[in-house]
Design a protein around this ligand. Sequence first.
Ligand SMILES: Nc1ncnc2c1ncn2[C@@H]1O[C@H](COP(=O)(O)OP(=O)(O)O)[C@@H](O)[C@H]1O
Ligand SMILES: [Mg+2]
Length: 406
Amino acid sequence: MGGMAEDSILEIFNRHVKRNGVFKNRDALSPHYIPSNLPYREEQVKELSETVAPILSGRKPENVFIYGKTGTGKTVVTRYVLKRLGEFAKEREIPVNTVYINCRIHNTRSSVFIKIGRELLPDDNFLGLSTAYIYERILGKVREADIRLMVVLDEIDKLKGISETVYALNRANDELEKGSISIIGISNVLTLKDSLDPRTKSTLCQREMIFPPYNAEGLRKILEDRAKEGFREGAVSDGAIALAAAYAARQSGDARYALQLLLRAGDIAEEEGASAVTEEHVEKAKERVEEDIILEMIEALPEQEQILLLAMAKLVLAKKGQKTLGSGEVVITSGEAYEAYSKLARELGKDPVSDRWFREYISELAMYGILNVVQAGKGFRGNTRIIKLLFSPVKIADVLQRVLVA
Ligand SMILES: Nc1ncnc2c1ncn2[C@@H]1O[C@H](COP(=O)(O)OP(=O)(O)O)[C@@H](O)[C@H]1O
Ligand SMILES: [Mg+2]
């Protein structure tokens, strides 16, 4: 018993027991998780519940338009209320159906209808069918089973053809003798309402809810509650929570940023084998979260901009290998970038865009802060511009390789 080998095994195992220390349920800090309570959103939960409740006695709820800045809890409050509604209705065998649609992913009227069709008729195949036909199938099902349907169109500003979609879904109610369809539209774009045509506006905004940003105190309470679900007891210091809340308050009260900070701080604490998350871990997590945000943004760019960015990242990496510049800072010219982009686009089976669009894309990427572009000085041709990537080309190449090539 207890020889040399035995001791080192114990040491390894012990180290891992300690390491598993901070998280109890890491998932509870992820953006998809629906927590059991939503501090500082009690009023919104109540108001939305009041709005949807008529569905339980067979009346069609009013359509709702919810707006507010990113990370103010719009998505989670909606999902929370609809989840509770679904559970309540199921227990009492009331035919309520809810379909949650993120319009960033389903961004056309036909893909919205396919998504609804799939949820209501999971055994049917909708591919290749006309939108009008899918619409009739949905209506047929709603009528036949007397379904009261709630459709959530989250990030509705990303939907091409908002008017047509809202109109079609709402018009269904005139054609239905039984069942109903109601819409909850959600957006981070505060000016969206003003850009809708009057008819769409009055249909969608039968009721309106505004979600204000959280302050540091609200964020602290949110983090505290989520930490209780996600971390082992005593594994997060109060200071760490207060600091994450303070940083997020500065990021216009974004709860998502706050949670991401805490999650990453937990990861770092585990990597370091620490038994609790401290302010120092939050401090270190900031950089990683900022990186996460940029990478997510890159993942959501239009495909042509992604191809351009990948081409530039590869070019910078190739140049780095050659170390042409003494300073070690690698820049590329707009000509080189366009050439690399066109070549890559063709390799990926896409038609490269014209120089005019190329310039447009470059200024868009500059606006997002991914790159920097300046007019080249003497020694360069005419309107050559110098481009510098402001974010790790290795990381850009990593994500985009996965997104575009895989
Ligand atoms: N009041 C709250 N209590 C607990 N978690 C919250 C609360 N508000 C927001 N969150 C969390 O913060 C993140 C961002 O919220 P989300 O609903 O996605 O914001 P929005 O849709 O307004 O951009 C999510 O992970 C969500 O679960
Ligand atoms: Mg949202």
